[in-house]
Ligand binder design. Sequence first.
Ligand code: PLP
Length: 384
Amino acid sequence: MASLSPSSVPSVSDRIGFFDLQGQQRRIHDDVRQRVDAVLTHGQFILGPEVAELEGKLAAFAGVPHAIAVSSGRDALMIGLMALGIGPGDAVFVPAFTFAATAGAVCSINATPIFVDVDPTTRNMDPADLERAVAEVVAAGELKPRVIMPVDLYGLPADYEAIGKIAARHDMVVFSDAAQSFGGRSGNSRVGGMAPISATSFYPTKPLGCYGDGGAILTDNDEIAEAVRTLRSHGRQGTGDVAVRNGITGRLDTIQAAVLLSKLTIFEAELERRDQIAKRYDAGLTGKVGVQKRPAGYFSANAIYTITVEDRDALKAALDAQGIGNAFFYRLALHQHPAFAEAPKRPLPVSEMLASTVISLPMHPELTDAEVDRVIAAVVAAVA
Ligand SMILES: Cc1ncc(COP(=O)(O)O)c(C=O)c1O
């Protein structure tokens, strides 16, 4: 076996992690422990006071009247669709380039996902292709167009202004998959308040993440909020034992709410740091590789920083050799997953192009400028 010279093996301290939850935890460790201890002491593990406190803080942060904490981002999408009364025969328009959970939630309530291509620069749902997709569904006459579910890819809010106009023309609801974007904004609107209903995720590596699974639904609509509160708890109203709807076990654990209350104390500072890092990457990489365009007035939560290159396997090999974390988000467009093979077929060239060229670089608030510069230098050298 060929021996590697010591200089070619990155030492543990030289490695640049794709995420760094341990570094973040060291900063908030004592506060998290205190809050979790408080939960252990009062013992209300389901819908304890921390859940209500968190919901109030999330709603205030997003500038909406209602935030309802639930068991995961995917459950937030599914419960939201259930609250809207979506089911068999209904069409839900989703971008073709996103995480599988977006379409999975649609399929789990037996509605039909219609895949819409994305814009090559923002990588978010392309309003022009959305128009085409809606026209196709209307012309076919088999499904009822009900919901448009844009995704805020990598943390960048979608074009809700253009999408909202299309929804209004066809009497559809916009339901934002904001799993990656809590903390993002555009103009005066914050994620959670950019669509009539939004779902976010608190998966540990999300910009606001807990130490397990979690999510939330945000809305300004009292009826949707009431339906969601009922659906997340077996369809029961309040603490009653009568199921008024067929719900699920979809609540956020009190312990996870306690963790999130701690994370919220550093969240704004972390968003700022993520923004600085994204801008540093942009400055070093624009013109050399494809970068995600953030339109003027948009602030991304920068969950993930993703570039496009012609030969991503070669870049991956170079980054791996230097101990630089990387991942392919996403290697397949939704219509390329076996699970969604039955969805109606449409041309989705941009999503396919992205699926074969994207590679994501380290992105987390603990990154130093020197580390970001090392990543940039490694990428630039590999693609030269
Ligand atoms: C776009 C998108 N939608 C939905 C989800 C599902 O969230 P969760 O993992 O909390 O179920 C994710 C999570 O990665 C996501 O990125």
